[in-house]
Write a protein that binds this ligand. Structure first.
Ligand SMILES: N[C@@H](CCC(=O)N[C@@H](CS)C(=O)NCC(=O)O)C(=O)O
Length: 232
C-alpha cells in the first residue's frame, strides 16, 4: 500500500501523522502550508473541499482519496486491525464509540466557534471592532465558556477512573480526542486545572510514536500556543 498524507502543520491533521506512527506505516507527507503552494493545488484538483487531513491511498493498482480525520482513523484502524474496536469488552466499546464521535462532533465545533469569533473581531476595522468584540464576549460568557467548562469536567471525571478513554487500551478514540483537548488547554489557564486531563495529556506526550509524529509533522508548539491563546 502506498500512502500520501496532505498535511497542514499545527492543524487537526497532526493526528493522522501520529496515527501512522502508532501503526508503524510507511507514508509520505505532503506539507500544505499555504492555500497556494503546489501540494495544496494538487489536493484541490483531487478533492472538491481540499481539507487537511486528506490521504491518497494506492492499493492493488487502485487509487482513492479519503478525507475527514475520523474516517481516515477508522479506515486505517480497520485495515490494520489495530487501535480500534477489536478486543474491547462491552463497556469499553460503548466508551470507544462515544468518545471517538464526541471529539469531532461535539467538542471540536465549540473550539472552532472560538476561532471564528476571534477571527471576526481581528478582521474587523479597528474603529468598529468593539461590535464583534461585544458579541464575542456575550457569546463566550453566556454559552461557550460554561459549555467548555462542563465538557472539560466530564472528560476529567471520565479519565479519573481509567488510563485511556476506552478503558485500559489505547485506541483511535484517544488520537481523535487529543487535538481538541490539547487546543482547549491552550485557550485559557482555567482549562489547565483538570488533574486527570493533565496526566492524560502527559501520558500521550510520553509515547514515542507521538514524539516522532511531532517532528515529522513539523509541529510548532509556539505557533500552536499563539493560535489558541488569541481565541479565548
Ligand atoms: N472535520 C474535518 C475538518 C477538516 C478541516 O477543516 N481542516 C482544516 C485544518 S484544521 C483545513 O483544512 N483548513 C484549511 C481550509 O479550510 O482551507 C476533519 O477533521 O478532517
Amino acid at each position: 500500500m502506498q500512502i500520501q498524507l496532505y498535511h497542514k502543520p499545527n492543524s487537526r491533521s497532526q493526528r493522522i501523522v501520529w496515527l501512522f506512527e502508532e501503526l508503524g506505516l510507511d507514508y509520505d507527507i505532503l506539507v500544505c502550508d499555504t492555500l497556494d503552494d503546489a501540494n495544496t493545488h494538487q489536493l484541490q484538483q483531487a478533492h472538491p473541499l481540499a481539507k487537511f487531513p486528506t490521504v491518497k491511498i494506492t492499493e492493488l493498482e487502485h487509487t482513492f482519496f479519503l478525507s475527514e480525520t475520523s474516517a481516515i482513523a477508522e479506515w486505517f484502524s480497520t485495515h490494520q486491525q489495530s487501535l480500534g474496536a477489536m478486543n474491547l469488552d462491552s463497556s469499553a466499546l460503548v466508551d470507544y464509540y462515544y468518545w471517538k464521535n464526541f471529539a469531532e462532533a461535539t467538542f471540536m465545533p465549540n473550539l472552532a466557534l472560538k476561532q471564528i469569533f476571534s477571527q471576526l473581531a481581528i478582521r474587523t476595522p479597528w474603529l468598529i471592532r468593539f461590535i464583534p468584540r461585544a458579541i464575542q464576549y456575550g457569546f463566550n460568557q453566556g454559552y461557550l465558556n460554561p459549555l467548555l467548562q462542563q465538557q472539560m469536567q466530564m472528560i476529567n471525571q471520565h479519565l479519573t477512573t481509567q488510563p485511556w478513554v476506552a478503558g485500559s487500551q489505547f485506541t483511535i478514540a484517544d488520537i481523535l480526542l487529543w487535538f481538541p483537548l490539547h487546543s482547549c488547554t491552550h485557550l485559557n489557564d482555567r482549562y489547565m486545572r483538570y488533574p486527570a486531563i493533565n496526566s492524560y495529556l502527559q501520558q500521550i506526550e510520553d509515547r514515542p510514536a507521538f514524539q516522532r509524529a511531532l517532528s515529522k509533522g513539523q509541529w510548532s508548539a509556539p505557533i500552536f500556543k499563539q493560535y489558541w491563546a488569541v481565541a479565548n
